[in-house]
Write a protein that binds this ligand. Structure first.
Ligand SMILES: *Cc1c(COP(=O)(O)O)cnc(C)c1O
Length: 240
């Protein structure tokens, strides 16, 4: 378990160094700890270390883990070092029939990439009287097999999402291609940043639109350089 504490410390040091290199304030960056490769004891360990933002890409796993952690938090209510809440981030592809179950446990949905999914979230949120924060997932890598709305269709989808009263459009999410070629990674982060600035500049969304979710274990330092505000990190914390 010491390994997780060491990994987390190293990660935080690297994030601070990357911020310093591009003169960004560390407080602009939120790290979502991606739990898909971790077991429940490892997840409790990161919570014990103070992490409150957790991410999952499967609805069922998110639900089970969220319930386990609710219990863990209430059992440790007297321990000041254990956080009092967890914010869950859904980062994986979302099937419409799983939306309602997800909404009960999840505060941020990063993977809204079609009008149909947005409409489903909107309908179920209304029924449950919830106002989830959503990010629009954009395919900035131009790989045809990836999820995410194509860059050329993104503004139009954003305009549609902001008409849905129960959804708060708080930003964009993107994934760089899995490659060691940094120029290709930079190109896709640059494209995401341009689109992000365009949506902000044209005031398509309100002031709550301020998050750029990009950067994983392999490429988070580059993502910081290109303006990421949310990093999604799994293996750098849990493996090794
Ligand atoms: C798994 C996953 C991550 C984290 O990836 P690591 O390389 O383990 O840091 C981030 N975002 C999404 C969408 C993922 O599926």
């Amino acid at each position: 378990m010491n390994k997780i504490a060491d990994n987390l410390k190293k990660l935080q040091d690297n994030i601070a160094a990357a911020c310093a290199r591009c003169s960004r304030d560390l407080s602009e960056i939120t790290t979502v700890v991606v739990t898909k490769s971790a077991n429940i004891d490892m997840i409790k360990e990161v919570v014990r270390l103070g992490c409150t933002e957790l991410g999952e890409n499967r609805v069922q796993h998110l639900k089970i883990t969220a319930e386990d952690l609710d219990l863990f938090i209430s059992q440790n209510a007297a321990d000041p070092s254990i956080p009092k809440y967890i914010n869950w981030h859904m980062i994986g592809h979302l099937q419409r029939n799983k939306v309602r179950q997800l909404l009960k446990n999840c505060q941020f949905i990063h993977s809204v990439d079609t009008l149909r999914v947005a409409e489903e979230i909107s309908r179920d949120s209304e029924k449950l009287s919830l106002t989830p924060k959503v990010l629009m997932q954009v395919n900035c890598s131009q790989e045809p097999q990836k999820y995410g709305v194509p860059v050329g269709a993104a503004i139009h989808l954003a305009e549609q999402i902001v008409t849905m009263p129960n959804l708060q459009l708080v930003g964009l999410m993107t994934m760089a291609p899995l490659t060691l070629n940094k120029d290709i990674v930079k190109e896709s982060f640059e494209r995401a940043r341009e689109l992000f600035e365009e949506i902000k500049g044209e005031k398509i969304a309100g002031p709550e639109f301020r998050h750029l979710s990009m950067g994983m274990s392999q490429d988070y330092e580059i993502a910081i350089e290109f303006g990421a505000t949310i990093l999604r990190i799994g293996s750098a914390i849990f493996s090794g």
